[in-house]
Design a protein around this ligand. Structure first.
Ligand code: HXC
Ligand code: NAP
Length: 292
């Protein structure tokens, strides 16, 4: 057994109805596929219906699970209302919401137009707010005893990051919302958690964050102490656990899954990893000599 394999036991999400925004591609697709393998019914939503339908077909063939494709731009609260209604019409209930949809691209901030800044804030922060508020009100009004919201953020939600400022600001807002509602809505049985992934290559992210030869110039695996990028299944394992009842006592948490990447960038003396082993004898001698 290793991290590239499914982790939870069969049926861990049996009959749970889960909505995954941005579920037609990348990490959303990987997490949705695993939820289906564990017995969930999954609605995947995004702006591009054709893409969703192709993904749904592929996932159904792979897992034998039930998938619903719903076109929904998370920036638009009417579309989110309609998406929820479509899910309720199909399955009569919803148990989990995975806020995974995002928009992002690298740019020096001074080059951004107001609309360019807004588009990322609107998808990430407003989109997560729309889904959370609409699903949350539904759960509260229908007195559903148990529901789970899982938000995908990033490690720069707490460190900040140059060149992706709208995304950093929006993800920080999502993290604050996660922690705030974890407390406020616990009384309704709604649990909130977040995952902060490090680099997990996907076409959607890499086309916008590492275009052209930036992929080669800035090999992301070199930034990670464990020496590699993430595998989609290991993220899916964590997401399924946080969506499942096994994590019932975890609420308001953000779990980082990045091989130690952000800490490597943060620790004052972490650059000393580049000092060769043979130099340490000499350095030690120099330090000890100072005492004399
Ligand atoms: C500057 C840009 C730009 C760029 C767009 N704009 N791209 N400005 N540099 N590269 C500006 C446009 O000129 C316009 O402003 C405004 O942004 C809106 O652009 P549209 O193309 O009209 O927006 P839209 O069609 O809604 O597309 C949204 C998008 C796009 C965010 C721009 O990239 C998208 O659809 N992304 C969805 C998927 C995605 O981003 N996935 C990656 C997530 S990765 P003006 O003023 O000209 O009208 C992620 C990982 C984080 O979050 C962590 C990794 C380790
Ligand atoms: P991705 O494939 O581009 O996923 C983004 C998804 O969001 C797409 O399916 C896209 O579908 C959907 N989307 C975008 N705008 C939308 C809107 N307005 N309404 C509804 N759906 C919308 O990229 P990814 O790498 O898998 O990213 C998934 C999540 O992981 C994001 O939250 C991202 O910030 C996070 N993340 C990724 C990494 C990484 O290394 N990959 C690291 C940290 C965090 P449509 O275009 O069809 O709408």
């Amino acid at each position: 057994m290793n991290y590239t394999q499914p982790m939870l036991k069969e049926g861990s999400l049996k009959d749970q109805v889960i909505v995954v925004t941005g579920g037609g591609s990348g990490l959303g697709k990987a997490m949705s596929t695993y939820f289906l393998e564990l017995g969930a019914k999954v609605a995947i939503t995004s702006r591009n219906l054709e893409k969703l339908q192709n993904t749904a077909k592929e996932m159904q063939e792979k897992t034998g699970g039930e998938v619903l494709s719903v076109a929904c731009d998370v920036r638009n609260s009417n579309e989110v209302e309609n998406m929820l209604q479509a899910v309720l019409e199909k399955w009569g209930r919803v148990d989990g919401l995975l806020n995974n949809a995002a928009g992002n691209f690298i740019s020096p901030t001074e080059r951004l137009s107001p609309r360019a800044f807004d588009v990322v804030l609107d998808i990430v922060l407003k989109g997560t707010k729309n889904c959370t508020l609409i699903f949350g009100k539904h759960w509260i009004e229908t007195k559903q005893k148990k529901a789970t919201v899982l938000n995908i953020v990033t490690t720069y939600a707490f460190t900040g990051s140059a060149y992706v400022v709208p995304s950093a600001a929006a993800k920080a807002g999502v993290l604050a919302m996660t922690r705030s509602l974890a407390v406020e809505w616990a009384k309704y049985g709604i649990r909130f958690n977040a995952i902060a992934p490090g680099p997990f290559p996907t076409k959607g992210a890499w086309d916008r964050l590492l275009p052209g030869d930036l992929k080669e110039k800035f090999d992301m695996s070199k930034k990670v102490p464990v020496g590699r990028e993430g595998k989609h299944q290991e993220l899916a394992n964590l997401a399924a656990y946080l969506m499942s009842d096994f994590s019932a006592y975890i609420n308001g948490e953000v779990i980082v899954i990045d091989g130690g990447e952000w800490l490597q960038g943060a620790g004052e003396f972490n650059m000393l990893k580049d000092v060769p082993e043979e130099m340490w004898d000499m350095l030690e001698k120099m330090i000890r000599a100072k005492k004399a």
